[in-house]
Design a protein around this ligand. Structure first.
Ligand SMILES: Nc1ncnc2c1ncn2[C@@H]1O[C@H](COP(=O)(O)OP(=O)(O)OP(=O)(O)O)[C@@H](O)[C@H]1O
Ligand SMILES: O=C(O)[C@@H](O)C(=O)CO
Length: 427
């Protein structure tokens, strides 16, 4: 089994689905728990954490706890999933977490591969590109928590670790898996702890995947997972077949869309659902600044809806209205009221028989997952690149779709709530 430690929730689902695409059986667990549940014959277990912007010592401690759980559950290889835009600061957390996990795995050499071509992230001569733009020229340079103003991955990593970092170029990758493996052995013998490896497409990542199949510790984004998964599927028959409709029976009942993201794409997806005739209900925290009352009113509205048309409950506002709401209630306060309300609503809806819960927004997803007491589940079909259905292992036979604010095309929400979509990929 490969044990993955992801530094955020949506990164966890992204890496999980990259493994699943190659036919592997993948489980995801949200947060560290007493023990990692490897279930019956999982090929990959992902522990999704929220450590990306925590203080270094906390990020290291949580990552180590997750990794120990994965090793105890039988992981033969540890994979640290960081963001494909190398989201971090000079203090970390990628370098310190890699140092700690490498030591735990007894590894004195590891690859570092941010390239994720499916998301438009590629690396050439150590420079990271986002949709053909240098990382430092991309919108990531304005990120509020981890502004990325240098595109040179080896340089970024050297500020975060005292260990030796080397670059392996695309030309070296193109020599093929056997000579790449020899290259890695030589680098390791010469004292390199981390090889930052170039890759611009899936073929490059498949070569790297073959060369690192037996490394005790590797690090990278979902692109590396795809390359590794290809190599695993070539060498081994997956321990168990991927999720089948039979595994997922019972998940195709009534659906709901819950939107808390105020991103431009989510606003378009909400309009598309409304234009398609789906009844919709807006949570207004300014009029009713109380989570419980907001939730009760929304659930009462839900009970009045005719059967057959999947409703949408949302709090999303366009930027100027959002600013108004935030200035009246406070940024953190309004978010807290609405996130708590969404959690209560999700719980009330599942009690009323809803079986497919589609959520837009990372923070909103976090509060729904917590309110539904979802500790993890089986990764199912992909609704959009990097957005898989999740079939939680808990008591309720539900299917969850957690969508990052900007992910998916305009009709994504409409398609996601259509009957049958949890059992088959959405076209
Ligand atoms: N009407 C509103 N007034 C104030 N805050 C709101 C309103 N609607 C939503 N919010 C808050 O805005 C935040 C949106 O964050 P969320 O992570 O859910 O979406 P996102 O940032 O677009 O998604 P992602 O993190 O996946 O990119 C949440 O905390 C939510 O509660
Ligand atoms: O690697 C990525 O870009 C994503 O999986 C991610 O980490 C989102 O936060």
């Amino acid at each position: 089994m490969i044990g993955v430690i992801a530094d955020d929730f949506t990164g966890g689902t992204d890496v999980a689905v990259a493994f699943r695409r190659a036919g592997l059986r993948v489980l995801i667990q949200f947060g560290t728990q007493d023990a990692v549940q490897a279930g019956d014959g999982a090929d990959v277990v992902v522990v999704a954490l929220k450590t990306r912007t925590l203080p270094v010592d906390q990020a290291v401690a949580q990552s180590l706890q997750a990794a120990r759980g994965l090793l105890a559950a039988g992981a033969r290889q540890l994979f640290f999933k960081f963001c494909s835009t190398f989201d971090s600061t000079p203090a970390g957390n990628i370098g310190p977490v890699c140092d700690a996990l490498a030591d735990l795995a007894g590894s004195d050499f590891a690859v570092v591969v941010p390239s994720s071509p499916a998301h438009g992230r590629t690396q050439y001569n150590g420079h990271l590109f986002v949709n053909n733009q240098l990382l430092s020229d991309s919108p990531m340079r304005h990120h509020p928590l981890t502004p990325m103003t240098d595109s040179r991955v080896p340089v970024l990593l050297r500020t975060q670790t005292a260990r030796t970092v080397s670059l392996v170029t695309l030309q070296e990758v193109h020599t093929g898996p056997d000579s790449l493996e020899e290259n890695f052995t030589g680098l390791c013998a010469a004292g390199t702890a981390y090889a930052v490896v170039d890759a611009v497409d899936a073929g490059d990542l498949a070569i790297i995947g073959r060369a690192i199949l037996d490394h005790p510790f590797v690090s990278g984004a979902a692109g590396l997972a795809a390359g590794l998964a290809t190599a695993v599927a070539e060498r081994e028959t997956p321990a168990s077949s991927p999720a089948t409709p039979a595994d997922e029976a019972g998940n195709d009942g009534p659906a709901i869309a819950l939107a808390g993201s105020c991103s431009a794409r989510t606003l378009q997806q909400i309009s598309a659902m409304q234009a398609g005739g789906h009844p919709s209900y807006q949570l207004d925290a300014v009029a009713v600044p109380d989570s419980r009352l907001l939730a009760e009113a929304a659930l009462a509205w839900y009970e009045r809806q005719p059967a057959g048309l999947t409703p949408l409950i949302y709090s999303s506002l366009p930027p100027e209205k959002l600013r108004e709401s935030q200035s009246l209630l406070g940024v953190a306060e309004s978010a807290q009221i609405l996130e708590t309300a969404m959690g209560l609503i999700a719980r009330g809806l599942v009690r009323r028989g809803v079986r497919r819960v589609v959520v837009a927004g990372g923070e909103t997803s976090g509060s729904v997952v917590t309110a539904l007491e979802v500790s993890g589940g089986l990764i199912g079909p992909e609704a959009a690149p990097g957005v898989p259905w999740i079939f939680p292992s808990g008591k309720d036979p539900i299917a969850l779709l957690l969508k990052s604010g900007n992910f998916g095309d305009i009709d994504f929400l409409t398609r996601a709530v259509s009957p049958g979509t949890a059992l088959a990929p959405i076209a």
